[in-house]
Design a protein around this ligand. Structure first.
Ligand code: ASP
Length: 354
């Protein structure tokens, strides 16, 4: 792929590579009035402050910036590849990305960038940079400040994060919860990593500790043969069968009620059993934004562990579906795959692998 590279500022004691993928951040209205992405060169003209931050800044732009609704597995590989290729030359990375699927990308990148010990901060905007009241400028400038922040030569952040509307969140915990306010993202099941007010206040206890010996290895075997089944009262057997017994599907995120509950009808349990007998993996996550799956807490979930449904604990759907793609591709040993699915790989769930 041919990337466009622009040097924005060549002096400063920290260097940050901005990877511009698209999103509302840099969109302009086309002839019909619909928003479509435009080139980053024009973005820089809108934020002259970028040259005054005292940070060496370079931008690599996707050849054709995209609305993040169009993100594909190949785009995740491209983002990881750009980071791998430039890892030694830069202190940190900021990925400008549409908000719609940012939480999927930040989750996936946190799995793919194994051994990361530099900041990778996703950010974007709810309103295009050209709008007078846009949130784009603040989001980008603070994401850059956080990316460049260091203590005695070590970066304060050494993981994949989302920065949005004054909050720094763990990438594998963030979710887009709102589409029409600036406060779009939260991480209900994990504390905020930092809050930007007059000062940027870091929650040091919640940050992934810096590991000076870590070496980046990009893991890019991803298998997209997965699906999500969100149950609802009245769902039909035909709809469930069509979703989870589709032959190409190897992994299913089951979005259950509350703390992991499903309807206890025989036909439903039989569908799950048939899928598991066909070699598919089922990972149970909650439809609730906060809280966790506790299989066995109610009668309506007690059979799940017995038939082989795995508990996703307090993982988000975004982190669960990307984790399934990641482990179906990367982990060939079936038992280890199941074990790794139910334990933390990148801080996406409470349960650490012992
Ligand atoms: N549709 C846009 C995108 O995700 C929305 C945004 O950036 O806020 O690319």
């Amino acid at each position: 792929m041919k990337y466009k590279i622009v040097n924005i500022n060549e002096t400063g004691d920290r260097s940050v590579l901005i990877i511009y993928t698209g999103g509302t951040f840099g969109m302009v209205q086309d002839a019909t009035g619909a928003l479509a992405p435009f080139n980053f060169g024009k973005v820089v003209d809108r934020v002259p402050e970028l040259r005054q931050l005292g940070i060496k800044l370079t931008v690599i732009s996707f050849p054709k910036p995209i609305d993040s609704s169009n993100i594909l597995v190949q785009d995740w590989k491209d983002m990881a590849y750009i980071i791998e290729e430039n890892y030694a030359q830069y202190d940190a990375f900021v990925i400008l990305h549409g908000t719609d699927t940012m939480a999927y990308s930040s989750s996936m990148l946190s799995y793919m960038l194994d051994g990361l010990n530099k900041p990778v901060i996703f950010t974007g905007a709810q309103m295009p940079i050209g709008s007078i009241r846009s949130d784009a400028r603040e989001n980008l400038i603070t994401a850059l400040e956080i990316a460049a922040a260091h203590n005695e030569g070590r970066p304060i952040i050494s993981e994949v994060c989302v920065y949005f509307n004054h909050l720094l969140l763990r990438g594998s915990r963030a979710q887009k919860l709102r589409s029409s306010t600036f406060a779009a993202f939260e991480s209900e099941n994990y504390p905020v990593l930092a809050e930007a007010g007059i000062e940027i206040e870091y929650n040091y206890a919640a940050l992934k500790p810096f590991n000076p010996d870590a070496n980046l290895v990009v893991r890019n075997q991803l298998d997209p043969h997965v699906t999500i089944l969100k149950i609802f009262p009245g769902i039909t057997e035909a709809a469930v069968r069509a979703t989870i017994l589709e032959p190409s599907v190897k992994g299913i995120v089951l979005e259950s009620f509350g703390s992991g509950n499903i309807m206890k009808f025989d036909w439903f349990i039989n569908c799950l059993k048939d899928a598991i007998a066909a070699g598919k993996i089922i990972l149970n996550v909650s439809q609730c934004v906060g809280g966790q799956v506790e299989q066995g807490k109610y009668e309506t979930s007690k059979n799940l562990t017995r038939i082989g449904v795995l508990s996703g604990g307090d993982i988000t759907t975004e982190a669960a579906i990307t984790k399934l793609m990641f482990l179906l591709g990367e982990e060939k040993d079936e038992n280890l795959r199941k074990q790794r699915l139910t334990h933390s790989l990148a801080g996406e769930m409470d349960h650490e692998l012992d």
